[in-house]
Design a protein around this ligand. Sequence first.
Ligand code: NCD
Ligand code: ZN
Length: 345
Amino acid sequence: MQSLTIRRPDDWHLHLRDGAMLRGVIADTSRHFARAIVMPNLVPPVVTTVDARDYRNRILDALPEGHSFEPLMTLYLTEETNPDDVEEGKRSGLITAVKLYPAGATTNSASGVRNLDKVMPVLERMAKIGLPLCVHGEVTTPEVDIFDREAVFIETVLDPLRRRLPELKVTMEHVTTSDGVDYIRSSAANLAGSITTHHLIINRNAILVGGIRPHYYCLPVAKRESHRLALRAAATSGDPRFFLGTDSAPHVDPAKECACGCAGIYCAPNTMSCLAHVFEQEGALDKLEAFVSLNGPAWYGLPPNETRITLVKRAAPVQFPKKIETGAGSVTVFDPMFPIYWDVE
Ligand code: NCD
Ligand code: ZN
């Protein structure tokens, strides 16, 4: 039997939602992960440090007995965000990052930023105090093809912003293209990227071949195979600028299985098993710990976790539930479409 013991991982991009959904999904993360950067795209969004403190308390209340888990809170950047409130959030240790959603880019992003000039005072303050900006890197311009939105964002928004404010630390979240990988690799400092589990496994065929499969639809949408291969190379390279952000994003099944389904893949329950499979396929099991447990904390200036988890390779495929039941309704779990033998002990 093969086994691998690594420091307990963290998830640097996670949607936990609220209320019954939060209570239904949190254990799937806290079972394996010690910390997660929690996305603020609730309805209404988490925009002030007071909102973030209240949301953090609701998350801690929802934690199952015996689970120790630290939610790392983010603020949702709007054109009204107050730089003093952001600085106070960082100073008090409550806020780990601020999240930029271009308005309309994805689920619950209507309050996002339309005009970057309006948020420059906040970004300048963040650069000064060393608070990272997490970026959903897609333009929302209707004329830009959805498969090109990340590459166009880098060229027309991200690179100009970083030239204007080189001291700002930017996390390019859920990178889905070789353009994103190349851009991160080419930058000398203050830029890193998170990669999801599912973008290492699926390409756009998963969504569209043999029928339309809403449970593989997320944003940024999966791209063509060459991009998936670039992501796998980056994730398994050991390069400290790349780390895990699952973007596990639960929606109840009726919200996905309908004429206009929501974006989001629920991959929290089997993420570590899927990643062990991917890293083994790439002959890079020795790089898994860097990707899930070391590179992220180093980027965010936090110590790595002291506790460990052990992954074991079973003789027979591990069975994961196809769906979980929450008080809000059922949620379909990401199906990697291959048998998985790796299990967290
Ligand atoms: C996320 C969600 O459902 O909140 N959906 C997704 O497809 N990833 C939003 C996001 O992170 O883009
Ligand atoms: Zn997300």
